[in-house]
Structures are given as structure tokens and as C-alpha cells.
Design a protein around this ligand. Sequence first.
Ligand code: FES
Length: 574
Amino acid sequence: MGRKSVADLRSQRWFDAPSIRSFNVRTRALQMGYSRRDFEKKPVIAIINTWSDFAQCHSHFRQRAEDVKRGVWQAGGLPMELPALSLSETMVKPTAMLYRNFLAMEVEELIWSHPVDGVVLMGGCDKTTPGLVMGAASAGLPAIFVPAGPMLTGRYRGRQLGSGSDNWKFWDERRAGTISEQQWHDMEASLARSPGHCMTMGTASTMTSTVEALGLTLPGAASIPAADSGHPRMASDCGRRIVEMVWDDLRPSQIVTRASFLNAVTVLMALGGSTNAVIHLIAMAGRFGIPLTLADFDAISRTTPVLANLRPSGQFLMEDFYYAGGLRALMRQLSPHLDLSCPTVGGMTLGEAIADAEVFDPAVIRSLDDPISKEGGIAVLTGSLAPRGAVIKQTAASPSLLRHRGRAVVFDDRDDLARRIDSPDLDVDETNVLVLKNAGAVGAPGLPEWGALPVPKKLLEKGVRDMVRISDSRMSGTSFGTCVLHVSPEAARGGPLALVRDGDLIELDTPERRLDLLVDAAELDRRRAAWTPPKPFFERGYGRLYTQHVTSADQGCDFDFLAPGAPTPEPKIY
Ligand code: FES
């Protein structure tokens, strides 16, 4: 790749053309207090910041953007901050997933419509990471990702708490009546102790780690806690690096290949990472025009051991992981399973980026000889109930339930579930299989995290803490339980899940990767003939666009019209 000259910079079309438009652009830059030497002959770096007052995991991003700017100025660029949809996983309803594609579209259009030569992407709370990468992939300009970093470990009465993980466990205990109101409130104040994303190996930690494995962060960036002084240092390093990447014209499409996506999937499995990553990685690969299928995930899962002893699959939290050597150390352990020749935004190969990494605590980062589990955390199932696939996080499930045959107890939608799950009249025991329909991308809509269906209260009181649960929904990456997720095709699109009735026999066989509805074909044909799709939830607006164009979970739930095609023409400037 050749070195760019000033005349090659995209931003020069805005700033330095012999036209009244460029005069206007310069006038407005001067209006903001910039002098000509601030912007003349300099690459313009957009800092796409998903900060907002609602984005609790990004509450340090105002300062972090300043840290990035410091690096950009030092390297001779002009940093310009562009705010984008903040997508707090906790605050945004009905689910941040509904808006992942919105963020991706916003990022692409922000980059395309502004005088920008390179991009720094600031994200970390679950959907922000894939949304930012998808948008930047489609825009195609040089880009580097600044992960938000995990928050500090939660602490409560001498024990460690994991955000998004222990809250669900304690909620079950609260419903079972084993903890008091006071303990519940004390816990509330102990769980999230600092800025940063969830510090379990949930979706946020999984996605920032897989983006590092893809080569889109500086080495080691994803593991640095948000509150550590190394985090602002990493941010300013990113500012310096992106300027170099612009001069070198180093674009995401030159970093990311099918081999780097297979590396990312391998890392996902070795981390015992979130099932949500399956959907996001397929969507991200789609933006690069790289084929990535559920079969790839299952094949890699079968041969990749889980090395990270992190909750919810294991014992420790992200702060422990960082002190144990972080993702670089884990990838070094995993080297025989990775393609080390893949490039990274740092300018070195993945192999060079991890060459000197060390494990400082083998209890947290295990070796290939002493894994947490011989297989990866996620298994892909197919069968008559999921012809296009479903996933289960086997390392967060009860081993005794991974092979299970039971009668279905069916809930038609989330409202039906909320109405009846804790009813003393619900006809259910621990051998049953709980089924939730119409909780997918179109049915819910937005593919919310409803897949860890609550265990019925009357069973909780008997001491039951897990059952087989099946849905076309997702589950929080921090949750646990024997939950079959992303059943495709989803019920609202007429998948076999729509046809399940109370009392039907369902068989889950995780080792054989099967999920079957044991009802004869003639009966299913009768039910299919009588089935009608649910009424559309949204009559107008973004929700309508979403339900009309979202692809299914096995295809990544991107919009069909955002697949790569002819390059978007550069904006005309007259
Ligand atoms: Fe932001 Fe969990 S709520 S990562």
C-alpha cells in the first residue's frame, strides 16, 4: 500500500477545493475557533463517540474522547468528535438490539457525509461494538476501535459480584424468598462500581475481545479496565495510530479476512463467550462480504477448548483476567488454533502482537492441557424444531440437562409468559421444557434477551434452579441455564416453533447437536395449514423498516439492503 499525499486526502475535497463551498467550509471551521494551521494539510479524524447521559457503561467517554484527540493532535491530524446513538443495554427498550442496525446505518452515513479521512470508533456496551464495526466496514475508511473496557469487580459482603450475572441469580433467590429486601437493596449499590461495560464474559467483553482478535484494536486494548490509567493511554495511542493508518491508507477491508473471522470465532469459543456474538459476528462478516455460517461456529467449537475461567461459564471476572495477562495471553495459549499471519491495525501481525504475552495466573487463563472444557462454549443445534439452526451455551448449562426429552409447556409470547409463569395453576414440573414463541427479530420484535425464561416460582420454591428452555429469542451473555436460543426460522416467520403445543414431546441432544419436535408430520401439516402470522407490531417508522428488512438470526439480523454492493458514490460538493 502506498503512502498518501495531502492531495489524496478525502477531506481536502471539502477544505481545499477552488470553490465557494470550500470557502464556506473554511469559514465555518474558523467560526469554531480553529485557525488555518489547525486544519490545513491535515487528515481529519472522526471520533465516533457513543457517549450519552444514559450510557452508563460509557460514562468515561467524554474524557476518553479528549484522550484520543490528544493523540490525533500529536500525530498531526485534526480530531473531530461525532456523537452517535449511545445504545445503553440497560436503558434502551424494548431492546438495544432493535437499534443495532440503526447505529450501524448512522455510523456509515456520518462517516460518508462528513469531511473525514479516518475513524476512531468508541464503544463497548453490548450492541455498540457490532453497530460501530458494521457501519465502519460499510464506509470503508481507515478505522480503529477503542473498547470501553470492563468495569471494576463488584463487591458485596466479602464476595465478588458479576454484573448482569449475579443480579439474575439473586433475583431467583429473591423470588424464592431466600434473601431479604434489605439485602436486595444493598446488592443494588455494590454491583457496578465504576465506568465501563459489564465485567463478566458477557456480550460486551465477548464483542470487544473478538474485535481485538479480528485485528481492529491495538494489542491488548479490550482487556484494560475502564478505570485503569492504562485506558486513557491506550486511547491516545489509538489517536496517534489512526493518523498513520490514514497516510498508509490502511482500511478495515485490508485487515479483516475470513481467516481473521475464524480467529474471532475461535477466541469466542475459548473465552466461553456470549451466544449473542454468533449473530453479531455473522452480521459483521456480512458487511465485509465474508461468508460466515453457523456451521463454522460449530466446527470451531468442537475443536476449541475453553481456556478463560470467567463467569458465567467459569469463576473469575474481567479485572482478574486483565491481571492474569488479558486477551493477548489467552491468544498466545491458543496459538496453535489461530492464524497468526493475520494483520492488525497496529501494523503488526496477530502473531507479533501476542509474541511476548504471558499468563500470570493459570487459574484464570488455563493452558491447552488443562482447559475448563474440552469443547467451546457454544454448540449449534439443528433438527425438526430448528431447521436453520439454534444455539446453546453448553458451558453455562446444567450438564444433566444437555440431553433431555420432555413435554412442552408453551407460552405464545412474552405477555403470556409474564401472565402465567408464576401462577400456582401452571401445570409444570422440572422435567418439562419451557417454550417461548414470537420472541425473535420479527415476532418480539427486535430479538430481545428473553431467552432465559424464568423458572416458575413454584419450582424455584422446591429448589429447582434450571430447566430446558427454548425460544427464538436471545439471552444475555451474562446469563446461565439450559437455554436453547435463536431458533430459526423464528415462530413469527412460520418456523416449526410456531406449531408447538402444550404436551408435545421435545428432544434436546446437545452432544449430537439435535433439537427435535417429536410430533408426526401429518399433524404438523394440519397445524401449519391453520397457522396465521401475528399482526405487525409497528405500523410506521423505524420499527416498520426493521421488521420488513431484518434477516433471520442465522443470517445475523442485519438489514437485507445493507449487504455489500456497488460502492456508495462520494458526496457531490458543488
Ligand atoms: Fe452495558 Fe452490560 S449494560 S455492557
